[in-house]
Design a protein around this ligand. Structure first.
Ligand code: FUB
Length: 463
């Protein structure tokens, strides 16, 4: 124990950060609107307002890997939320290919559903068995995840781009699509398999169908929306068709978004009613400047006429943000550990003290080798303000590291900070950190401070 302590003390003495004064930055709002979350390349947004919290809108998205020119490298999903359409939270990674034992790659489009008190991700990845897409189901007790895989939905072949719809009578339907083909089927009540006799290919009833189906029921009519290729020419346009029953027959109704400046080639998204307005969530290539595999999240209002037709929508800069203001921050819950791309070492998750956010906090920093790590995923290198929400019975020394690989007791670059003793949970400013593109590991260590509780870290864009 003593020897390790000395090893750490020597390492701390050589720190590049220890003597650094912390920068202070005002938290003035930066302009938001479109793209919604310019700090990350994300795509295929599936929007939901859950019955348990009608004031919050959640987005479940796929994530593009910075700097790639293909979709094969997509490896994880994120969840975003907003309560006003202007200010967003990126809740971080909620599931990744390396936590799904049947999958090898291609974490493509995604949906989510609330079913019997739990939240489910419905997603697609290429499987180990035959290298084709399977549709997976992952579960969480919280809308913002993280989610744990529960296996594939049986009976779905080549299950790319799944969307799950629950009708007013409680019956559940799965839609999916790839390579100019769109399918639908009724699901069994446990969501684990389709009813094979109900499976139907819908593409023949649809105009220019390509992939990415989404279902809304509006005034008793079933609206199937999807990206399609007009005259088989890229980019994709957004189409819809309507029917009197969930599996058709469908009548094509035309387009509601055409190709646009800065499009990614693909388009894919979801339509949701929020605060009495119809909103289309989709993606562009606005942040990457046209790289179709480094995409950006978008949202714009959709107009539905009294006779049930969507008007043609175009991307706007202001999107659904009130007055075009707001910002997107990253909130990374400490207790999520590996399930969100981070880790716990020595320290443990706890939930005995009230007042925390998410599932709990991380505590039991019993020795200087007790650590908590969270993962922050970015599109481009960026400096951001780092905050921590914590509780400590007395003034407590902590050591903060960014992308430090040597976390086994010999840190090379760290920042030492004293968290003021407090009652309940409080926020502390950990200064500005320089982050790289893709995954950043933010680690906090503490010595013999068993009363310390770390609730979450926040990364806030600089003004
Ligand atoms: O994001 C990967 C793939 O691109 C999706 O699964 C397709 O719908 C297209 O958006």
């Amino acid at each position: 124990m003593k020897r390790k302590h000395n090893a750490l003390a020597i390492a701390l003495a050589g720190s590049m950060w220890a003597a650094l004064a912390l920068h202070g930055h005002a938290q003035t709002p930066t302009a938001n609107g479109n793209p919604i979350a310019p700090h990350i390349y994300a795509a295929d947004p599936s929007a939901h307002v859950w019955p348990e919290d009608p004031d919050t809108l959640y987005l479940y998205t796929s994530v593009d890997t910075p700097g790639t020119n293909h979709h094969a490298s997509m490896a994880s999903y994120h969840v975003f939320s907003t309560r006003d359409g202007s200010n967003w939270i990126d809740h971080g990674e909620v599931l990744s290919v390396d936590r799904v034992n049947w999958a090898v790659s291609h974490a493509w489009a995604i949906d989510a559903v609330f079913h019997e008190g739990k939240y489910y991700l419905v997603y697609c990845m290429k499987n180990l068995k035959d290298g084709l897409f399977s549709t997976g189901l992952a579960v969480s007790d919280r809308p913002e995840g993280p989610f744990e895989d529960t296996g594939v939905i049986e009976g779905v072949e080549n299950g790319q781009d799944p969307a799950l719809f629950i009708d007013d009578d409680g019956r559940k339907y799965l839609y999916w699509g790839y390579g100019h083909r769109i399918f639908g089927a009724e699901l069994n009540t446990d969501l684990r398999s389709i009813k094979p006799e109900t499976k139907i290919e819908l593409s023949g009833q649809l105009e220019d169908a390509f992939e990415g189906p989404w279902m809304n029921k509006i005034n008793g009519v079933y609206f199937l929306s999807y990206p399609g290729l007009p005259a088989k020419k890229w980019p994709q346009h957004m189409y819809y068709a309507t029917a009197q029953s969930p599996l058709g027959p469908f009548e094509p109704k035309g387009k509601f978004m055409e190709g646009f400046d800065g499009q990614a080639g693909t388009n894919h998204g979801s339509i949701v009613k929020w605060r009495d307005k119809w909103v289309f969530f989709y993606h562009s290539a606005w942040v990457s400047g046209g790289n179709g595999t480094n995409r950006s999240l978008m949202a714009d209002f959709l107009n539905l006429s009294p006779d049930g037709r969507f008007s043609l929508a175009s991307p706007t800069r202001s999107g659904i943000a009130a007055n075009g203001t707001g910002r997107t921050i990253l909130r990374l819950e400490a207790e999520n550990g590996r399930a969100a791309g981070g880790f716990l070492k020595g320290a443990t998750a706890g939930a005995d003290t009230s007042g925390y956010s998410g599932r709990g906090y991380v505590t039991n920093f019993a020795s200087f080798e007790s650590l908590v790590g969270v993962s922050a995923y970015l599109a481009k290198p960026q400096s951001m303000k780092l905050n921590v929400r914590y509780s400590a019975p007395k003034d407590t020394h902590v050591f903060v590291m960014v992308n430090e690989t040597n976390i086994n007791g010999g840190y090379e670059a760290y920042r030492e900070i004293v968290l003021k003793g407090n009652e309940g949970f409080a926020d502390a400013d950990l200064g500005v950190v320089d982050l790289k593109a893709a995954a950043n590991l933010i680690t906090l260590a503490s010595r013999n401070e068993s009363g310390l509780k770390i609730d979450y870290f926040e990364l806030i864009p600089l003004p």
